[in-house]
Design a binder for this molecule. Structure first.
Ligand code: S3P
Length: 454
């Protein structure tokens, strides 16, 4: 446990690049391992979640080498070329790692055992197991479809057409990755579109992915056993990590920051759209494409925000951003009503409960429904002041931890969180980066140097 404390500061200023995108980093390592030849990755997120995926891909026979800061090389085994791992695969805290890997393993003959940390072992895996079993894999999991589980890959996979019962890019990607080593056409129908990094990256590696919008929704399909060849990938900065800096700059009067190379995939930028509707001054410049993904630089200036209704239809494009949006809403004038949040209950923690509990502890007016959240502000800084015995319980959830540290920078009184160790799963260097722009975040019990010496 590492308790952390953030203290009110005046403004943030400067330029920064947040670490590489977590979703894209997992996929780069996995798809690189299935390609023929070498994949060279730059800007890979070196968070704990991704290091677990790198270790898993090595255990399945790929050569995965770190050349330097964020620069990695993967020597792939070709589609169908992964070997049975000798030992348990431990994915740590990574839901994406576990679920996408299940897809790969489902259509590679052999038996693998998967586990994770206490948070991951509590999360539902049945949503991935169901379609993979239809394709011929056998999966034996703990009650509730939870890890640890054993997965016996099929030698004779069947292509399926699968309609997603929950909007989940992880489930979609697991089916598509299983479909890669399946003869015939594998199809996923998503009534609500989710992030399409798997589709874009497979295309980047030379596979043909067909995407159609029909009455049923977005239909994605591929014909199995394509030859995909190693590529160069530059991983965009993670918009879900940028979100914390972006909101901090909006909330601290006088702030002006620039974030470079941020991923702008349309299925990921619901938060930017929402904040702009609330009155945020966010300018996007130098729009470009890197490894098939849209990227831009973002300039953010402090803004007075107003509460709005955030429709359920927007949830898939900002599913990881509700903790920090709820913090922004606490500083806005009026009520911000967020709908369609049921999935937040099965993330790294029950985020709906964690947000509501934490905001209430900081003196914010908050109401939580079965799948909705309403946060009401008066346009002024909320109290904050969750200290000592009342430190925010993060439930080993990186995004809850970072969201409440941001609240402490902008509230009237400091905020403490019970444990910041999970931040390293997605945003190594978060504290240093925030403090470099003018933040004040530190381990509880450790003093700050006077401002002029920083
Ligand atoms: C992810 C999909 C989302 C998201 C997660 C990353 C991905 O999960 O919350 O952080 O990389 O595919 P769901 O598929 O459960 O919505």
């Amino acid at each position: 446990m590492q308790p952390l404390r953030s203290e009110p500061v005046d403004a943030l200023a400067g330029e920064a690049r947040v670490p590489g995108d977590k979703s894209i980093s997992h996929r780069a390592l996995m798809i690189g391992a299935l390609a023929v030849g070498e994949t060279e990755i730059s800007g890979l997120l070196e968070g704990e979640d991704i290091l677990r995926t790198a270790a898993a891909m090595r255990a399945l026979g790929a050569t995965v080498v770190r050349d330097g800061d964020g620069t990695w090389r993967v020597q792939g085994r070709g589609v169908g070329g992964l070997s049975e791992p000798e030992d348990m695969l431990d994915l740590g805290n990574a839901g994406t790692g576990a679920r996408l890997l299940m897809g790969l393993l489902a259509t590679h003959p052999g038996t693998a055992f998967l586990t994770g940390d206490a948070s991951l072992r509590a999360r539902p895996m049945g949503r991935v197991a169901a379609p993979l079993e239809q394709m011929g894999a056998r999966i034996v999991a703990r009650s509730g479809g939870r890890l640890p589980l054993a997965i016996i890959g099929t030698e004779d996979p069947l292509p399926i057409a699968y309609r997603l019962p929950v909007p989940s890019a992880q489930v979609k990607s697991a089916v598509l990755l299983a479909g890669l080593n399946t003869p015939g056409r594998t199809t996923v129908i998503e009534p609500e579109p989710t992030r399409d990094h798997t589709e874009l990256m497979l295309r980047h590696f030379g596979a043909t992915i067909d995407v159609e919008t029909t009455e049923q929704g977005r239909t994605v399909s591929l014909v199995g056993q394509p030859e995909i060849t190693g590529r160069k990938i530059r991983v965009p900065a993670d918009p879900s990590s940028a979100a914390f800096l972006l909101v901090a700059a909006l909330l601290l009067p006088g702030s002006d920051i620039t974030l470079s190379g941020v991923g702008m995939n349309p299925h990921r930028i619901g938060l930017i759209e929402t904040l702009r509707q609330m009155g945020a001054d966010i300018t996007s410049t130098a729009a470009r494409e890197e490894a098939g993904e849209p990227v831009a630089d973002l300039q953010v200036r402090a803004s007075q925000l107003s509460g709005i209704e955030v429709p359920a239809s927007r949830a898939p494009s900002m599913i990881d951003e509700y903790p920090i949006l709820a913090v922004a809403a606490a500083f806005a004038k009026g009520a911000t009503v967020m709908q369609g949040l049921a999935e937040l209950r099965v993330k790294e923690s029950d985020r709906l409960a964690a947000i509501a509990r934490g905001l209430a502890a900081c003196g914010v007016e908050v109401t939580v429904g079965a799948d909705s959240l309403t946060v009401t502000g008066d346009g002024n800084r909320p109290r904050g002041g969750a200290l000592d015995g009342q430190a925010i319980a993060t439930g080993y959830d990186h995004r809850i931890a970072m969201a409440f540290l941001i609240l402490g920078l902008a509230a009237r009184e400091p905020v403490e969180i019970d444990d910041g160790t999970a931040i390293g799963t997605s945003f190594p260097g978060f504290i240093e980066l925030m403090n470099g722009l003018g933040g004040r975040i530190r381990p509880v019990g450790v003093g700050f140097k006077p401002t002029q010496d920083r």
